[in-house]
Design a protein around this ligand. Structure first.
Ligand code: SF4
Length: 290
């Protein structure tokens, strides 16, 4: 049987945005950015605006669903990588590495996003090790902060930890309203979504390791969530600075963001935290592959 760690399970975008295959042959279609070059901008957090290449892994241990102020329910902004992964691809780590190197050009940053990348740590450690041997790329990972793997944590340079608040839990009411089915009971998501031990371990690792960094990125829409961030997360953690806390408005469309952004702006100014835009929604409309 083939070792699972030799493959990465990807959402349909896999490595993106790209213009060449793993052998350097030009692809027929332009990437979703519309540009004739590989790469995009990191749209969120401390690294917003930096040119990067992404990979998007498939699968997640949570199923986030938020109630919006207008009563609508907003799903995770990459449901095809978390709720259902019908276009999931299994790609050999060597092929992934070659695809990245064929497209990296002048970029110096690779972002590993999901889904939740920490559900397949072995193959990602293998990929990072290969990449670091051939080209010393800066590696970021985007995680919900509920799973830990020592080797993967040691391999990554920047951690974008996005802990999930109570309003993200896929309650029966939200599931019924959106006619969505998930593979576990809502109370399991409630128990899983907050893991202080995991978040603290990543913070401690960054603080003990030169040139590593992290951010605690919270998606918010109202003032009670700011209190929840302080009471349920920040007051339980140490080793962070106000500058490490990033507030990002809830929403995956410009209209949804309009409903929520001023809460985040006000709270960030009041507490000396950061406000994060979602540049990918401004510039590319939040479509997949950008
Ligand atoms: S943790 Fe992230 S990827 Fe997983 S369902 Fe929630 S928002 Fe989506």
């Amino acid at each position: 049987m083939e070792a699972k760690s030799n493959y990465i399970f990807f959402a349909p975008e896999a490595v993106f945005p790209i213009i060449k295959d793993e052998n350097g042959k030009a692809l027929n279609n332009k990437p979703a950015t519309g540009f004739p070059v590989a790469g995009t901008l990191q749209g969120e957090g401390k690294m917003a605006g930096i040119p990067v290449l992404f990979i998007r892994t498939a699968g997640c241990n949570l199923r986030c669903m938020w109630s919006l102020p207008n009563g609508e329910v907003s799903l995770c902004d990459t449901p095809y990588a978390s709720f259902n992964t019908p276009g999931e691809k299994r790609v050999a780590v060597e092929t992934v590495k070659n695809t990245i190197l064929q497209n990296i050009g002048m970029l110096n940053h690779l972002v590993i996003s999901g889904g939740e990348p920490f559900i397949q740590p072995g193959s990602l450690v293998e990929l990072i090790s290969m990449l670091k041997t051939e080209k010393n790329l800066h590696i970021s990972i985007e995680t919900n902060g509920t799973l830990f793997d020592q080797k993967l944590v040691e391999a990554v340079d920047f951690f974008s930890i996005s802990p999930k608040l109570k309003n993200s839990v896929p309650t029966k009411e939200k599931l019924d309203k959106t006619k969505t089915v998930i593979p576990f009971k809502p109370d399991q998501a409630e128990k899983t979504r907050r893991n202080i031990r995991v978040i603290q371990s990543i913070i401690d690792h960054c603080n003990a390791t030169k040139e590593k960094d992290f951010q605690l990125k919270f998606v918010v829409q109202n003032h009670s969530e700011i209190e929840e961030i302080e009471n349920d997360f920040l007051n339980c953690l140490n080793g962070w600075k106000p500058d490490d806390v990033v507030l990002m408005p809830l929403g995956s469309t410009p209209d949804e963001l309009l409903q929520t952004r001023m809460v985040a702006v006000e709270a960030a100014i009041e507490r000396g935290w950061r406000y994060s835009p979602r540049l990918q929604i401004n510039y590319f409309g939040g479509k997949a592959g950008v």
